[in-house]
Design a protein around this ligand. Sequence first.
Ligand SMILES: [Zn+2]
Length: 364
Amino acid sequence: MIVMDNNRNSCNPDGSIKRLGSLEPVCNLCHSEISEIGHKKLRVECLNCGKVFKEVAGFLDLRIRSDRYLSLNQERQKAERLSHYESQESLEQLTRRYYQITADVSTERRERFVRHVLDAELRGAALLKRIPEKATILELGTGTGGFMGAALKAGRNAVGVDIASRWLVVARKRIMEMGFQSPATLYPACAEKLPWPDNTFDSVVADSLLEHLENPESAITEMFRVTKPGGTILIWSPNRYWPGVDPHVGLFGVGYLNRSWAEKYVQWRRGDIHWPLSRSPKIWSKMALEVLNSSEVQYQAADFSGWPITDKSIRARIARLLGRMTKTPFMSIIMTQIGPVGEIRIVKPVMDLDSHHMNQVEVF
Ligand SMILES: [Zn+2]
């Protein structure tokens, strides 16, 4: 049991602390309990295999590696550097600060990303509407904390992880700015090696994550592992066949090219930007079915109908309209094919445990 008030409890706006109890992380290698060692700096050790986990920018670092952009050391330095400004700057300033210390992003893209960061909570609220109210939630790819912000505001019991601790610094800022006196439970961790035991969460969600992973199959397997039997995995991912502007590279029609032409085209138009491996919801579902083989997997266009009506922007109006369209029989078919975002829902069967048990009974 580790006690670390600034990172392991979610706080209500009035400052009262809500313990998360069973959602405590474990060793990412052997899934055994971890315990705090040392006094000055946060250091945690696995009670079984002895692996030691250190702190990064106030977070418990549970990663096995870094993302494709930075080495683990560079990543840690960047997060520390950003957290240095955290207390004096607003969410917007801190986001701009991030790009200031990231030289290789063009001004046009930077502005698009900053807008995206500031809007993220609205999209998070729409996604949250798709999850049962009492569910314990794990969010993968927390990024700048749009979903986590919406979840905390709604009083949900949620934990967020991201491979980039630098983005979690921004997420923490968002949560503090919302009036929570202490940040939510945020952990740098890898989607392919989650630091939780089997069957921990009622719901596992990931928005715009899978397309960035080199090995999405292992992330799907891990999501499934930490989901309780009867629990749900909900995935949102940009649809490759959306005829509008690609959200990552800002170009039309990229997804209609084959992979190598798409990459050449993006490179020609945008320089060094990487095009994530966007897929259609149908292809993601197929992958999930293959990886998990016995599960219930459904797909459709992402249901944005829960987009907060307080948001009157054009984008929000379109999102709500698209959300309503997913509920009409004919339009939903078209939306599933070419809507901007796909939604994949996986239910973990309760049967597995029972059938295992029955087999044992038969044997004896
Ligand atoms: Zn261990």
